[in-house]
Design a protein around this ligand. Structure first.
Ligand SMILES: NC(=O)c1ccc[n+]([C@@H]2O[C@H](COP(=O)([O-])OP(=O)(O)OC[C@H]3O[C@@H](n4cnc5c(N)ncnc54)[C@H](O)[C@@H]3O)[C@@H](O)[C@H]2O)c1
Length: 289
């Protein structure tokens, strides 16, 4: 983790889960960390953790409420970070949400737009807002959090799938452009499998759901906690190791590695195989997140 010593790292959605673990690990590695989230309480907790993790006063870090879906706020935030900490080396576009609305047919256009505004547009705004200062720093890296569901399509996740495939496509294109330019900046697309976080618990549910549908989603949320085997610390370690190795793509967790292999070797059969694996472990062929 030597690479991150004295670096300036920005992590969105750092008030919980993977973002929090990344912020703590970067702080421990000696980075100055700028964290943001829409959740003030979660953000405060992370800020305290990074202050103590670096065995230093929290003064060298920065925290701010930021909705990544707010374009103007994101660009203003990039300026604030530059003014307060200096040119960022690392932008980790991590903030993301899930929908528990069921099939594409049952998901409204407004729900699609809400999810895309955070999971795709938020990642694009973060990338565009921070690229100029990454280029001015000694080295720079864009880390965009996609998902295993940016590699495979699954039932009841059409909006989430669309957003995560979009993040992957954008990041892979950006990486090739940066390589062609022999830029000092690089880019990595991250594909976690199930990670033990609050994402399923925080999934937005449709107001039109019946009590029975709500109960079924609650059951799936409980199953997610059992299914998600990778800890946030392990995920953060795998992500930052991928950055150090300058990987184009990082698969986080055994489940992501397995399903990536299956979809590449059996592009037509993978949905059946994924459904069977899911049914064996949860009793249902439909994942929540
Ligand atoms: N947990 C998993 O199994 C898993 C798997 C694949 C990908 N991911 C991705 O990892 C990323 C982190 O998710 P997590 O699992 O740590 O979930 P989490 O719910 O624990 O953390 C997500 C954080 O993002 C914040 N957030 C939500 N909307 C925001 C907005 N508009 N602006 C700023 N912050 C916002 C939340 O308040 C929360 O603190 C997401 O992009 C998610 O899609 C997670």
């Amino acid at each position: 983790m030597q690479k991150f010593n004295h670096s300036i790292a920005v992590v969105t959605g750092a008030g919980s889960g993977i973002g929090r673990a990344l912020a703590v690990m970067l702080s421990e590695a000696g980075a100055r960390v700028a964290i943001s989230d829409i959740d003030q309480a979660g953000l405060n907790e992370t800020f305290e953790l990074i202050g103590s993790a670096s065995d230093d006063s929290a003064g060298r870090h920065h925290q701010q409420i930021l909705n990544v879906a707010d374009k103007e706020a994101m660009f203003a935030y990039a300026d604030t970070v530059q003014n307060q900490l200096g040119n960022a080396n690392l932008i980790i576009n991590n903030a993301g949400v899930a929908l528990g609305t069921g099939s594409l047919q049952n998901t409204s256009l407004e729900e699609f737009e809400w999810l895309m505004s955070i999971n795709f547009w938020g990642v694009l705004y973060g990338t565009k807002a921070f690229l100029p200062q990454l280029e001015q720093a000694e080295w720079g890296h864009v880390v965009n959090i996609s998902s295993l569901f940016g590699l495979i399509g699954v039932p009841d996740q059409s909006a989430y799938n669309a957003s995560k495939f979009a993040v992957r496509g954008m990041t892979e294109a950006l990486r090739q452009e940066l390589d062609l330019e022999q830029s000092s900046v690089s880019a990595t697309s991250i594909h976690p499998g199930g990670i033990k976080t609050n994402i399923a618990r925080n999934a937005r549910l449709s107001e039109n759901l019946s009590d029975q549908e709500r109960a079924s989603i609650q059951e799936k949320t409980d199953q997610f906690d059992v299914l998600a085997r990778t800890t946030t610390d392990s995920a953060a370690q795998q992500i930052l190791t991928g950055v150090i190795k300058n990987k184009r793509r990082v698969l986080v967790g055994g489940d992501a590695k397995l399903m990536d292999w299956v979809q590449r070797h059996m592009p037509n059969a993978y949905p059946t195989i994924f459904g069977k694996l899911l049914e064996l472990t949860t009793g249902s062929k439909r994942p929540l997140v």
